[in-house]
Write a protein that binds this ligand. Sequence first.
Ligand code: UT7
Length: 320
Amino acid sequence: MTTRIIGTGSCPGDRVVTNEDLAQIVETSDEWIASRTGIRQRHLTTGMGNSRMAAEAAKRACENAGIRPEELDLILTATSTPEYCFPSTACQVQAEIGAVNAAAFDISAACTGFVFALITAESFLASGMYRTILVIGADELSKVVDWEDRKTCVLFGDGAGACVVRAEESGSFHGIMGADGSRGPVLTCLSRSGGNFLTGEKPEHGFISMDGQEVFKFAVKKVPECVNELLAAQNRKKEEVRYYILHQANERIIESVAKRLKEPIEKFPMNIQNYGNTSGASIPILLDEMNRQGKLDKGDTIVLAGFGGGLTWGAVLLTW
Ligand code: UT7
């Protein structure tokens, strides 16, 4: 038994915001943003919100997989920007798409969330508990970005991506996950639930705060390490990998990872120029684009790799 992706879908935010648009509100330029990050524009949502983007991506993934939502046994949503503490985004999606037979819960691992959720889904399939699972990555970072902070506001976008996974006989799926909570402070977003009744402390609204250079150094070291560890553990060679689909945080991070892995940059598809960093959604949005453009052939070996807040990291090697 192995885990195969049988359908994908995505739903970016509905409004395109260019680098020039942002140069109207903070001191920045298209030249700075594009040369430091590769980003030219991002999509922000004007009203759909996290759960409705997630539900739309989910519907498209079910259609692409050729299944009815009633066939889903479980919905996992990787998100750091839910609308409620409860119900979870996954439960909101379950109601919206009519997946009446599915259990549902969220996973919080920032930009690594989709990879963690996919590996979690694999464990449920491998145990035999479930047969068909919907895995979503959704984030609406625009609501936790400080739009006066040019160091962060130019980086992020809103969107959701989803995959339907199923237990099948052939192919392979292997995952690896890691975390280092001691380095959490380099990338944080304070929960909006601060405040204390007894001390009179008022709740605060959190914004993303990041030591960009520390995260950059962490990513370019940890991602190649993690991919090499995964390949070595499975006795697989880099030559067998057709694509490395990495979390889209910065074009320079992806180029540096390619160099450190000694792999050609053509094996590292990118769409960061159009979407910015959509956190947990970036990998499934890219996967969906590639799927719909016919860039993935059945039997291809691909590697997905994520990194981000926590700090967390993870990678999956799978047969398409
Ligand atoms: O998915 C979550 C994971 N996050 C990431 O992976 C982010 C990783 N980090 C990065 O991608 C990069 O560190 C950034 C893109 C965030 C920043 O790039 P950098 O090359 O590390 O720039 P920097 O922070 O060293 O800033 C260089 C200069 C500074 O000016 P001074 O001090 O040299 O005068 C900044 O104030 O650029 C300035 N700067 C800007 N200038 C124009 C910072 N942000 C901007 C801006 N526009 N938006």
